[in-house]
Design a binder for this molecule. Structure first.
Ligand code: ZN
Length: 377
């Protein structure tokens, strides 16, 4: 079948320039029993099918390609298309388990439409146990794949090309109805269950409600150009960045919240029956009622290097005169007390006591009354 596809592609390529329109392209390779593709078009797949594939990515220094796992669940009937992306930062792992579990448990006979899951988009970042994609040329540098979308597959450094491949061969060519990009906080820092959302994009507010997250940051995405979320939003496709807690761990509670959200999201898009489990519904209603929507972060930063003892944790409500941490020198002498820059909820703290000048001690989210901040500052 792969050979036929390649043959047809090359023949059509000669005959018609229209051939460049997206069609799933099979390389002919099979890895661990799964076919390798260089482009995904979900419209090619039969109804009532679950398909696991590898997307071939740019080649590494030894000429071998990275391969990104992709799962396509196509229901018994056509309908909307939901993209679940995860692991675009290689140290952010909770979302990978969400994608694995949802695509494993989904009942195709109840599904209307298509769910595409990417369980671990940054293969290089996972090898390196790092948020960034490591370019090893020259002295080496890290690329933040979530700032390089849509990119171009044949332009820029290796990491930028890798991002371009993801966009050009999966994300950007399947006419998704809605997108959730699962993340966590970065290494040595913590988050609650938290969403970045541009509420000026139709349907995004509804998506935030469906998460039942602890905190939503109202955010126009100006500090994250080139992210998956912002790039989809710009095209009018509603997208959120869903931060599921902490890096380099599988937190079962955070994963469960991402899992439950995904099924609620499908139900809201008329892709899947709503849950009728009273316990699940009650738990969600509780979460939804308590979502805190904030529009500004304010971070307290270290002025010099030293060791910091923390007196606040994520989701604590802190006042401006409250000591949230103290810095000590190597002999244990107090250097400085830290206070929040504004009253509000603690959104993020560090887990590593060692701090350099400029490092964040606590990051607080609140609601600024500045009219310019209404859609996020
Ligand atoms: Zn991330």
């Amino acid at each position: 079948m792969a050979k036929v596809t390649i043959l047809l592609s090359s023949v059509l390529g000669l005959l018609s320039p229209l051939h460049v329109s997206a069609k799933t392209e099979y390389t002919g390779d099979i890895i661990n029993g799964h076919k390798v593709i260089s482009k995904l078009d979900v419209s090619d797949f039969p109804l009532n099918s679950l398909t696991k594939l590898w997307l071939q990515m740019p080649r590494q220094v030894n000429g071998q390609a990275y391969h990104v796992p992709v799962i396509v669940a196509k229901g018994k009937q056509d309908g909307n298309k939901f993209l679940m992306n995860s692991g675009l930062h290689g140290d952010e792992l909770n979302g990978i388990r969400v994608v694995q579990r949802v695509l494993h448990d989904i009942d195709l006979s109840k599904l209307k439409g298509v769910v595409v899951g990417v369980p671990g988009a940054n293969v290089n970042g996972m090898y390196e146990s790092s948020r960034g994609f490591l370019n090893k040329e020259n002295t080496g540098s890290y690329v933040n794949l979530n700032r390089e979308m849509p990119g171009e597959p044949n332009k820029g450094n290796f990491g930028q090309r890798y991002a371009g491949h993801l966009w050009s061969n999966i994300y950007g060519i399947n006419n998704f109805t809605a997108v959730c990009d699962f993340h966590t906080q970065s290494s040595t820092t913590t988050f609650p269950n938290f969403v970045y959302a541009d509420l000026t994009v139709p349907y995004v507010y509804r998506m935030t409600e469906l998460t039942g997250a602890d905190i939503v940051k109202i955010d126009l995405g100006v500090t994250a150009p080139g992210s998956v979320e912002v790039t989809f939003d710009k095209k009018g496709i509603p997208a959120i960045t869903y931060e599921l807690g902490n890096p380099k761990v599988w937190q079962k509670d955070q994963i469960q919240r991402g899992y439950d959200y995904s099924f609620r999201q499908m139900a809201d898009l008329d892709m899947y029956p709503k849950s009728t489990d009273p316990a699940v519904i009650a738990e969600y209603e509780d979460y939804r009622r308590n979502i805190y929507y904030g529009n500004e972060f304010l971070s307290t930063e270290a002025k010099v290097g030293g060791f910091v003892e923390l007196y606040a944790k994520v989701l604590d409500y802190v006042k401006k005169d409250q000591i949230v941490g103290t810095m000590f020198d190597l002999f244990g002498r107090k250097v400085e007390d830290f206070y929040p820059r504004h009253e509000g909820y603690v959104l993020s703290t560090g887990t590593n006591p060692l701090k350099s000048a400029g490092d964040s001690i606590v990051n607080v989210i609140h609601n600024s009354t500045d009219p310019e901040c209404i859609n996020g500052c």
